[in-house]
Design a protein around this ligand. Structure first.
Ligand code: FAD
Ligand code: SF4
Length: 345
């Protein structure tokens, strides 16, 4: 590992100014991804700007009735927060499905959004990789791609985004807030991650040097009846091979509102808008859920070894929506359903 500087920032403008003065600097959250990548030589920052002392560690109600989550809130605190568990249970479940207790105690919301892919070619500096070294090629397409993308990939990169948290945030229309030297800004999560195209090394549309200050969750009564389901190769401490965040509001057997986002199938959380469109206003039931999943997955382009993800995601849609449709207490019927007990397990 090459030598690097370390500085702790105590206010937001100070953190942004430090990064502005050193283009090779990186913000340091919990360090659970960045430091690993520094050890392998994938990341070689000249300076780490520690953001954990910034006053961004709170979860607060917004005037609009949603929640504002600070960028340095740890994953553990986010998952344990009573209002997150009550109003957005799938978000608490998604966070708890990731990593381990120790890692979640360190990992921050800002760092979780910007964690890098787990593609083995990306993390091995001896291998070519368009994401790490633009123009060097994508060996995963001909090589190891069992866990790679089936949606939205390109001939330049087929990696998936590894975050569980971001999948639930996508389902709930989260907005990312940030600060630059020019002032504050915000980006809907749906626009935050770039399509892969021929620039897989450019992962977000965040302006250069931007510090993520937090996430705003708009009010979403439907989110109270929501669930995150993750499929992985081991029961714990493993990244998803497919996941889903879903929320459902059913009245008199008719879908009033549905939210669906897929994880581990694309370079970003995949909001299943076509499936949502088909389901809204229609009946519940395995047949309708499967038809909606098929419509969404019609865009899938599998590689030789990851076609199983198409079937996996279809089955996840049917299973999770079926469970949600059988739950009592959809919004508007008898209030909200508290799934936080499940989140805590
Ligand atoms: C063994 C292991 C298993 C894991 N399993 C899972 C899993 O199953 N699911 C899952 O979702 N995740 C998993 N993770 C990943 C973990 O969730 C991330 O490493 C973590 O969320 C990153 O947060 P951090 O604060 O440590 O980020 P850091 O490592 O500090 O930073 C990550 C990136 O974000 C940037 N950054 C940090 N904060 C800010 C900010 N405020 N503004 C702008 N840029 C910022 C950094 O510069 C860096 O580029 C696992 C990690 C490990 C090591
Ligand atoms: S899939 Fe993306 S990250 Fe993996 S080797 Fe190809 S270009 Fe690199």
């Amino acid at each position: 590992m090459r030598e690097f500087g370390y500085q702790r920032a105590f206010d937001v403008p100070g953190a942004v100014a430090l990064l502005g003065a050193e283009p090779e600097a990186r913000y340091l959250g919990g360090g659970t991804n960045l430091v690993d990548l520094m050890k392998t030589g994938v990341e070689r920052p000249a300076l780490l700007i520690d953001v954990r002392e910034l006053p961004l560690d709170r979860i607060e109600a917004t005037d609009a009735g949603g929640l504002r989550i600070g960028a340095t809130v740890t994953n553990s605190d986010l998952a344990a927060h009573p209002e997150v568990r009550r109003r957005y249970p799938a978000l608490a479940q998604a966070v708890l499905a990731g990593a381990s207790g120790q890692l979640r105690n360190m990992a921050t919301v800002g760092g979780n959004l910007l964690q890098r892919t787990r593609c083995g070619y990306f993390t091995d500096v001896a291998k070519p990789c368009n994401k790490r070294v633009p123009g060097s090629g994508c060996p995963a397409i001909e090589g190891e791609h069992r866990n790679h993308a089936i949606l939205g990939a390109s001939a330049h990169c087929v990696a998936v985004h590894p975050s569980d948290m971001a999948v639930a945030l996508a389902a709930f229309d989260a907005v990312v807030t940030y600060e630059t030297a020019d002032g504050p800004g915000e980006l809907p999560l749906a626009e935050f991650y770039r399509p892969v195209g021929d620039t897989p090394h450019l992962e977000t549309v965040l302006p250069a040097g931007a510090l993520i200050t937090g996430i705003v969750l708009p009010p979403a009564p439907v989110a109270a009846v929501s669930r995150y389901r993750k499929v992985r190769e081991r029961a714990s401490y493993a990244f998803a091979i497919g996941s889903i965040a879903a929320a459902l509001d059913v009245r008199d057997g008719v879908v009033q509102e549905v939210r669906l986002a897929f994880g581990a199938v694309a370079s970003r959380p995949w909001r299943a808008r076509e499936a949502e469109r088909l389901l809204t206003g229609g009946p519940v039931g395995a047949e309708a859920f499967a038809a909606a999943a098929d419509a969404e997955l019609a865009a899938a382009r599998a590689l030789p070894d990851n076609g199983y993800k198409v079937t996996l995601m279809r089955n996840l849609v049917v299973a999770v929506l079926s469970e949600l449709s059988e739950l009592p207490g959809a919004p508007g019927e008898s209030g909200t359903t508290d799934l936080s007990g499940e989140a805590a397990r």
